[in-house]
Design a protein around this ligand. Structure first.
Ligand SMILES: Cc1cc2nc3c(=O)[nH]c(=O)nc-3n(C[C@H](O)[C@H](O)[C@H](O)COP(=O)(O)OP(=O)(O)OC[C@H]3O[C@@H](n4cnc5c(N)ncnc54)[C@H](O)[C@@H]3O)c2cc1C
Length: 387
């Protein structure tokens, strides 16, 4: 694992978390082939961590955090990886809607939602993508119309991860037709138990049913569940994506190190030739990506807001994770090729198929490259014209 030199304060914080972990050992990480087990273990583990106040440590104390920097949060994540702990379940709440509500929510929204997000009592899903609005998010067609006391939401979302177990969904929808498609959008908090919501699971290549189609049929969303002003949804959606690409990616990056550490232990001594080189490349690439992410997290700890640099983290992590998982399958050899249903080979194949979606979710690699080119490198915007 990469060793960075942190301040004495951060190292002593690490020590106190290690001590807590030794008294509260994490449950065994569930096999990735069972989503039900993933949910049960992830929910319970999040509650335990929250009770020890190890969840949302970088959130301000008034919102249930400890008011520490993102570096301390990263230390917690690193120690969780070291202990091979399972993923907490409420990641979308912790890394996306939670920070968004802290920045843009009303006092009432903060009081109603933030503590429950920390404890994992409310699991959130992200209702952004639609059949004709993925990379082009501003093209959303889901529409909400004004009625007494709130808005009526109608339309469809797709690829909504964990919608089938979520209590709440943050939704980007259209509330007015404007000359620019980025205007007239509104950000809503939708109770998944409202009448008029239908959730249909979609099966992924890995066999999991992590994401869903979600249909809203005249769902009433009260005014107090609008975030920011009506029509100001694009600004809040972008803020969500920035948190997603930096903070959520950091958490995922560390999770993928569980896989990497496992592979180094398992195959480090037996991999030969090109495979050994590829394994070494995966280790160096993980170290480099983590060092860069740390640099970004440090900047946010000094007051900067997440910006386009999150695309670098997201791109490098997701592409190297995919290469790593592919290597894992090759290292498993015949068992993986013959499609064994249990054991290490099955696990490697499942992880590889799961990794395929990571370069699509949270914005595809092509979109991240465009953001890096235009907004970080300052290259001119490519315009496509019909020949
Ligand atoms: C595992 C997984 C989980 C997901 N979870 C969620 C979720 O919880 N909530 C949610 O809202 N969404 C979720 N998504 C959806 C995800 O955000 C979209 O799939 C993604 O934004 C791409 O949109 P699309 O599928 O419509 O593809 P499209 O936008 O149709 O893109 C198709 C292809 O064209 C390329 N392309 C498109 N536009 C451009 C361009 N301007 N320049 C260059 N290339 C371009 C893309 O890179 C891609 O290769 C998830 C996706 C996956 C795979």
């Amino acid at each position: 694992m990469l060793k960075l030199t942190l301040s004495e304060k951060s190292e002593s914080f690490r020590q106190s978390f290690r001590e807590w972990l030794s008294k509260n050992p994490p449950p065994r990480a569930p096999t990735e082939t069972s989503l039900g087990e993933f949910e049960r273990v992830g929910r319970a583990w999040q509650r335990k961590l929250a009770e020890g106040r190890w969840i949302g440590s970088h959130w301000p104390a008034e919102y249930g955090g400890r008011g520490l920097s993102l570096v301390e949060e990263a230390v917690i994540q690193e120690e969780l990886v070291r202990a091979a702990a399972p993923q907490v379940l409420g990641l979308f709440g912790l890394t996306m809607v939670g920070p968004v509500l802290i920045s843009h929510g009303t006092k009432d929204q903060q009081e109603r939602f933030l503590a429950r997000i920390l404890l994992g009592e409310d699991i959130w899903c992200q209702g952004f993508s639609e059949p004709s609005a993925g990379s082009d998010l501003a093209a959303v067609r889901c529409r909400a119309t004004r009625v007494d006391g709130g808005l009526r939401l109608k339309g469809q979302k797709i690829w909504t991860s964990f919608a089938h177990i979520a209590d709440w969904c943050f939704v980007l929808c259209r509330t007015a037709d404007m000359p620019s498609k980025h205007e007239g959008l509104t950000y809503l908090l939708v109770d998944m138990r409202s009448s008029g919501i239908t959730t249909r699971p979609l099966r992924q290549a890995s066999g999991d049913r992590e994401f869903n189609e979600v249909f809203f049929d005249d769902v009433l969303v009260p005014d107090h569940n609008v975030v920011g002003k009506e029509g100001d949804g694009w600004r809040i959606a972008i803020s969500t994506l920035m948190f997603e690409r930096v903070v959520l990616t950091f958490a995922r990056q560390l999770q993928s190190e569980v896989a990497l550490n496992h592979m180094v232990r398992e195959y480090g001594g037996v991999a030969k030739g090109a495979q050994k080189v590829e394994l070494a490349r995966s280790v160096t690439s993980a170290c480099a990506t983590r060092a860069m992410s740390y640099e970004h997290l440090l900047a946010y700890s000094h007051g900067a807001s997440p910006g386009p640099e999150g695309s670098l983290d997201k791109l490098l992590w997701s592409e190297s994770f995919q290469r790593l998982c592919k290597l894992g399958m090759f290292l498993e050899g015949a068992g993986a090729a013959l499609g064994e249903e249990r054991g290490k080979a099955a696990h490697a194949v499942h992880r590889y198929l799961y990794s395929r979606g990571r370069t699509i979710a949270a914005g595809t690699s092509e979109i991240q490259r465009s953001i890096i080119a235009e907004r970080i490198l300052g290259l001119p915007r490519l315009r496509y014209s019909k020949a």
